[in-house]
Ligand binder design. Structure first.
Ligand code: ZN
Ligand code: ZN
Length: 310
């Protein structure tokens, strides 16, 4: 049985892009609509102004977005299934969306015939994981049925995981508005089949160097996320490798050599200079404040306390 799912997220207070998706998708039959969060830009507003202004903005934006979300809930046979994002303070705003089904982060909810969770502890072969964050550790080892996420605004499909890029973002420097797109995912026993639908600038990016890390969906001007910023690749290699080496054991540290070996084996054909470059990244690990790993007392690698998206 195939489930047809509209996947989108990261509209950041923008209602127009959501309406465009509705116009675009209106005549299509969907079983579910999934929104991966960031309805608002409350957190960003709070950083620019102050917390109170941010949270007020967040409440207004949730109220403004809700009627449009209700139309998505009606569009799909089993309605809208959603999570909050970090911009929405993960739901800690003075307004609660009451539309569709919020995916629980402490259990599983069954909607129609599909089980959804937002908790990594509840993932199994029957369950669809919906999270705002990408969770780098799952990039190569994921036992669930599918994983839908957002947050990084870097769209990508790798295996059963789809990051839905963004609907609308503003450039942090220029404030320029960018409109992205949404996805039609068909989920069946064989996995996930994904079609990108741009309503703005999204294009399909298949990088020659990094194609093994999935198909990307980015504005043409940005191109491959790993070519643009190599740190992105190393963070994922660190998280995925560390998880692979430790999750079935009592180990809490790994050494550089094992991690590099493990990461290299994730590739059929690693990009040129892979080992050397990963080695130098690890040598300068402390310079990357987003890295999921850090040095333990003896110098071995261990999980950083505040990893952004391990
Ligand atoms: Zn976002
Ligand atoms: Zn690349």
């Amino acid at each position: 049985m195939t489930h047809r799912i509209l996947v989108m997220g990261d509209n950041h207070g923008d209602v127009r892009s959501l309406r465009r998706v509705l116009d675009d998708a209106d005549n299509d039959p969907f079983d579910y609509v999934v929104h991966v969060g960031d309805y608002t830009n409350a957190w960003r507003t709070a950083r620019q102004d102050d917390e109170q202004t941010g949270k007020e903005r967040g409440r207004e934006q949730l109220e403004a977005v809700e009627p449009v979300l209700e139309r998505f809930d009606e569009l799909a046979a089993h309605g809208l299934v959603w999570v909050y994002g970090n911009q929405d303070y993960f739901g800690d705003l003075d307004y609660e969306l009451s539309v569709g089904t919020e995916v629980p982060d402490d259990g599983v909810v069954t909607v129609g015939e599909v089980a959804f969770t937002s908790s990594l502890d509840h993932v199994d072969a029957e369950t669809v994981l919906v999270t705002h964050l990408e969770h780098w550790r799952l990039a190569d080892q994921f036992d669930g049925r599918a994983h839908f996420c957002g947050n990084s605004h870097r769209g990508r499909q790798k295996g059963r995981r789809l990051n839905s890029a963004f609907l609308q973002v503003r450039d942090p420097r220029t404030e320029e508005r960018r409109v992205g797109g949404y996805f039609v995912a068909e989920l069946d026993e064989d996995g996930l089949d994904v079609e990108m639908r741009s309503i703005g600038e999204l294009t399909r990016v298949e990088c020659e160097r990094h194609g093994e890390r999935g198909v990307q969906f980015q504005p043409e001007s940005r191109g491959c996320m790993f070519c643009n910023e190599e740190g992105t690749l190393w963070r994922e290699m660190c998280a995925s490798g560390y998880y692979g080496l430790t999750h079935d054991s009592d180990r809490e540290t790994v050494d550089d050599e094992d991690l590099i070996d493990y990461a290299a084996r994730l590739w059929e054909d690693p990009p040129e200079g892979f080992r050397e470059r990963f080695e130098s990244y690890l040598a300068e690990l402390a310079d990357d404040r987003y890295s999921p790993l850090t040095r333990a007392d003896g110098g071995a690698l261990t999980l950083a306390e505040n990893s952004y998206s391990y």
